[in-house]
Design a protein around this ligand. Structure first.
Ligand code: TRP
Length: 449
């Protein structure tokens, strides 16, 4: 089976696909709202530490597993540790995928509505307060979000059926660089808004008294979410890497670019938040009620706004495709189902989850579990619990169970490349990352003080 498995076609394709998975709504929608709710600059510092000490090593761990096993997330643990409990990682990954795809697709649908609004000039002349009202009316409506959601899922279906090479790679190659450029333009505009300094101070001047165990948990969850970690997404993509792909360099590039995009999103949003008198802790609505205000103040705002939401939608698409691929490859390879049929199932189940998420914001918003709507619950449980637990297990697996020689050979291309960080990496995977994740959990869920 492994001999006729596809690989990414070019070097740029590898990077673009991995960056395409990492960069998405996590950077532009989730990072600003989590930072806004959890201490701004203090959150950013903890976030950066998590990316560096836990995120990058875990990206390496997933890449090592994927390229070595040449298999989907379920098959990986079946091959490398047959008939052991490690196989549970595969099933946890499937659960995490569905939960994330559930709420993520809803937000992706919102970006489509915003493309439509941009094209039909629906924002023009609205005040900050009116833009907020318009957003609330749309997002709590029963049907309009569902229509966009359906369209978005359909697009995913066709890309996943088309397969890795044609679908994912081509999309990412063009769109990712464009997104980068346009973000920089918006940052510049945002920085020159009246009162912008307050926003920059909020993001870059950490108030360390704001750091508590909840802030740390959320920063860690955000790091996992943004880097696509902890549910075998990078195992799956790693399995499509060719022998020539340099794992260390790819991991470094992906995490650096991903972090840069998140910071750019922050620089675009927080000055505008303060300039327009929006609350930084507005939650998941934050980007949607902030960004249209910026366009109104830009020369050529009409074109900019269309481009912006288009690129966000594509960034979301390259991310959801990577999540769909996790489950599709799993079912297709482990249960001998055709790729088309597997895709149909996966998209179908996601449709059910996401419709529930969408309705939980509007007509069903009074039904809450642990004080959260279904949408918030899926978001919280996946990012802050399932992904870190998955990451913990993957870390332990590569640290203790996988032969050290195997890891070394994957990273150094059988000894051909130099690797100064091999021993520290193994140390982090064995001890530092698992202990850190465990402590963060314990202090949050009331066991430690
Ligand atoms: N990282 C993506 C984002 O920031 C979302 C994503 C894609 C993801 N694949 C994932 C999150 C796997 C967790 C696990 O938008």
């Amino acid at each position: 089976m492994s001999s006729n498995r596809t690989t990414f076609a070019t070097k740029l394709g590898v990077i673009a696909a991995a960056v395409g998975s990492a960069v998405g709504l996590g950077n532009i929608w989730r990072f600003p709202y989590e930072a806004g709710q959890n201490g701004g600059g203090a959150f950013l510092i903890v976030y950066l530490i998590c990316v560096l000490l836990i995120g990058m090593p875990l990206i390496m761990a997933e890449f090592i597993l994927g390229r070595h096993s040449k298999s989907n997330v379920g098959g990986t643990f079946k091959k490398l540790a047959p008939n052991t409990g490690w196989g549970v990682i595969g099933y946890m990954s499937v659960l995490a995928s569905f939960l994330i795809l559930g709420f993520y697709s809803v937000i992706a649908g919102w970006t489509l509505e915003y493309i439509y609004q941009a094209v039909t000039n629906g924002f023009s002349g609205l005040s900050a307060a009116e833009l907020k009202t318009a957003f609330t009316e749309f997002s709590t409506d029963t049907y309009s979000p569902l229509i966009w959601l359906g369209l978005f899922l359909l697009a995913n279906y066709f890309i996943i059926v088309g397969g890795v090479k044609n679908g994912i790679e081509k999309c990412s190659n063009i769109m990712m660089p464009l997104l980068f450029i346009i973000l920089i333009v918006f940052c510049v505009r945002s920085i020159f808004l009246p009162g912008a300094e307050e926003g920059l101070r909020f993001l870059f001047q950490p108030d360390f008294t704001k750091i508590n165990s909840n802030v740390i948990l959320r920063a860690m969850g955000q790091a996992f979410f943004s880097l696509s970690l902890g549910m075998g997404c990078l195992i799956t993509y790693g399995s499509y890497f060719s022998k020539e792909t340099k794992l260390g360099k790819t991991a470094f590039t992906v995490s650096t670019l991903d972090t840069l995009v998140a910071i750019l999103a922050g620089v675009m949003i927080f000055p505008a938040v303060f300039s327009f008198g929006i609350s930084p802790s507005a939650g998941p609505d934050l980007v949607f009620i902030t960004v249209p205000n910026v366009f109104q103040r830009m020369a050529g705002g009409y074109i900019w706004s269309i481009l912006f939401f288009l690129l966000i939608a594509v960034a979301a698409l390259t991310s959801t495709v990577s999540m769909f691929e996790v489950v599709t490859a799993f079912i297709h390879e482990e249960f001998n189902m055709s790729r088309r049929k597997a895709t149909g199932w996966v998209v179908g189940v996601t449709a059910v989850f996401s419709v529930i998420c969408s309705l939980s914001i509007g007509p069903w918003k009074d039904y809450t579990i642990l004080g959260m709507t279904v949408f918030d619950l899926f978001d919280f449980v996946s990012a802050n619990i399932l992904l870190p637990v998955g990451g913990l297990l993957i870390s332990l697996f590569v640290g203790f169970r996988l032969d050290k020689k195997t890891s070394y050979n994957e990273i150094t291309d059988n000894g051909k490349l130099k690797c100064w960080y091999f021993n520290p990496l193994i140390f982090i995977l064995k001890y530092l990352a698992p202990v850190a994740i465990t402590l963060i959990f314990l202090s949050n869920f009331g066991v430690l003080g």
